[in-house]
Design a binder for this molecule. Structure first.
Ligand code: AMP
Length: 249
């Protein structure tokens, strides 16, 4: 079995996001970038399946600027066998990413595609679903447990009501939740070894995918500042304020 894992380079989750003065987007210059957190879970799961002898190869793919190579390299350092970087300049929308990933899937012919459930920069939660639709493959989204069977997967999903377990036939798309596993850290020897692993570079143009934006971003604004809280002296006062001021009870 071969597993393709999509990894996106995003602003690190610890960074305090700042909006650009002209409201055209967020500041990314001199800002720490990392792998999108659920994509770390996706790589970890693929590597674990390989270590369990149920997969032969794990291929990491990222779509983005030249620097997204670092994200692919990190996936190689935690156990992926080789990488693919699809070079695109500027912002790229989920539909274009999924069209690119479709081309990569057609070339690589993986049995499974693992992705994150959502990218923390745009919060779209669309790419996996769009890729499944384009390929006409089954999808299991928000996976918090994956069991590999003969020609299918049993996937436990995080849904509003709790947990749902479904079975999907392979080939399939799985989008991974943060609860799926505990991603490992890359050890220094593995970081060094990853430098020798191959990363193939292609451009969206080589794949014949039009990456033009379909969405016009009008402006980006900071959320309104939250007012400071207050301390109340008693439960009675709290109830009175919730009733008469906040009007929530
Ligand atoms: P989104 O639909 O933008 O919330 O992203 C969902 C998932 O799709 C991410 O967690 C990644 O696994 C994958 N993905 C989105 N954009 C990219 C990208 N530029 N390169 C690689 N994978 C991506």
């Amino acid at each position: 079995m071969k597993i393709l894992v999509a990894v996106k380079r995003v602003i690190d989750y610890n960074v305090q996001i700042r909006v650009k003065e002209d409201n055209s987007g967020v500041v990314t210059e001199n800002v720490k970038m990392s792998t999108n957190p659920p994509d770390d879970n996706a790589i970890e799961e693929a590597v674990k399946i390989k270590e369990a002898g149920k997969a032969k190869e794990v291929v990491a793919v990222s779509v983005g600027e030249e620097k997204a190579q670092e994200t692919v390299r990190k996936a190689l350092a935690v156990g992926a066998d080789r990488g693919i970087l699809v070079k695109v300049d500027g912002v790229i929308e989920p539909l274009a990413v999924s069209k690119i990933l479709k081309k990569i899937v057609e070339k690589e012919k993986p049995d499974l595609v693992f992705m994150g459930k959502q990218a923390i920069d745009d919060d779209c939660n669309q790419t996996g679903q769009m890729l499944a639709a384009l390929l006409n493959w089954p999808q299991a989204t928000f996976a918090s447990k994956i069991e590999v069977k003969e020609k299918s997967l049993e996937v436990t999903r995080e849904v509003d009501e709790g947990l749902e377990t479904i079975e999907v036939k392979v080939p399939a798309i799985v989008t991974c939740d943060l609860r799926l596993n505990e991603p490992r850290y890359a050890s220094l020897p593995n970081i060094m070894k990853a430098k020798k692993k191959p990363i193939e570079q292609v451009s969206a143009g080589d794949l014949g995918v039009d990456v033009k934006s379909r969405i016009e971003q009008i402006k980006v604004e900071e959320p309104p500042k939250r007012k400071a809280g207050i301390k109340v002296a008693s439960v009675e006062e709290l109830v009175q304020k919730l009733k008469n001021e906040a009007k929530v009870i």
